[in-house]
Ligand binder design. Structure first.
Ligand SMILES: [Zn+2]
Length: 258
């Protein structure tokens, strides 16, 4: 397969995964069973056929409305599908194949956290604990495979730094500035990014969160006291550290050296 066909394949895989993620989010919202139950229209409860569930295409063919009751389908569905597909292709072209498979799975967890926290101001335990479990398993496998105890020290240090930082903010503000979900997410960040990746991710989460938070207050969309979910910024910070962490660190160290 030439790379363009591989890219198209990964893009389609991303669309399908994006569609699956919106389904997971819907089921989390409704506290439904993950495995059982077929898809149905949230309004008229009519079961949906496979041709109603084609990512993006069904939305376009149906002109954004349910085939059966003509209720509007949220634009969030095709947006999440396209976002997932774009991130999939990006990761696949950026990293080697074994690493990108792991990163694609983690991407699914990160997108779930991003969307769910944005909509509901909470990071679901089931998702963050699954992400922690997977990244912990990966680190252990890495340490055994390379017979490298440094991986264990590094992960431990990274988790400690992330956890201590977020727990301090959580404790000082008594949960007002930062939810405990963010503290749990920091454990994932430490395991996934290692040190100093975790520090880079935290730095950019706060930088971008601060800029957007200030923008919202100035444009009067949010008051000083109103909540802004922090999970989406943590996810963006994690992606920045994953893609550019090493370059940013090199640039910074060069800056210090001269
Ligand atoms: Zn309907």
């Amino acid at each position: 397969m030439t790379s363009i066909f591989l890219d198209i394949f990964i893009f389609l895989l991303g669309l399908i995964m994006g569609s699956f993620l919106t389904c997971v989010i819907y089921r989390l919202e409704q506290k439904m069973d993950f495995v059982r139950g077929s898809s149905m229209c949230p309004k008229c409860k009519h079961p949906l056929a496979w041709y109603d569930l084609l990512p993006v295409l069904s939305f376009l063919f149906l002109k954004g409305r349910c085939r059966y009751c003509k209720e509007k389908i949220s634009w969030q569905y095709p947006s999440i599908e396209i976002l997932t597909a774009v991130v999939f292709v990006w990761i696949f072209n950026y990293f080697s194949i074994p690493a990108s498979i792991y990163y694609l799975i983690i991407t699914c967890f990160l997108l779930l956290i991003f969307i769910y926290d944005l909509k509901h101001f909470i990071i679901p335990d089931s998702i963050v604990f699954s992400a922690i479990g997977l990244s912990l398993a990966f680190r252990i496998a890495e340490a055994i495979w390379y017979r490298d105890i440094y991986v264990v020290y590094n992960s431990f240090l990274a988790v400690l730094v992330g956890f201590a930082f977020f727990f301090l903010i959580f404790a000082v503000s008594r949960g007002k500035w930062m939810g405990f979900g963010d503290v749990k997410f920091s454990v994932f960040m430490g395991l996934f990014l290692g040190f100093p990746g975790v520090a880079i991710a935290i730095f950019f989460s706060f930088l971008i969160g601060g800029i957007i938070g200030t923008g919202l207050i100035i444009s009067k969309k949010k008051g000083l006291k109103s909540e802004v979910p922090f999970g989406p910024f943590l996810v963006i910070g994690t992606f920045i550290a994953l893609f550019w962490g090493q370059s940013i660190l090199n640039w910074y160290l060069n800056l210090l050296a001269f």
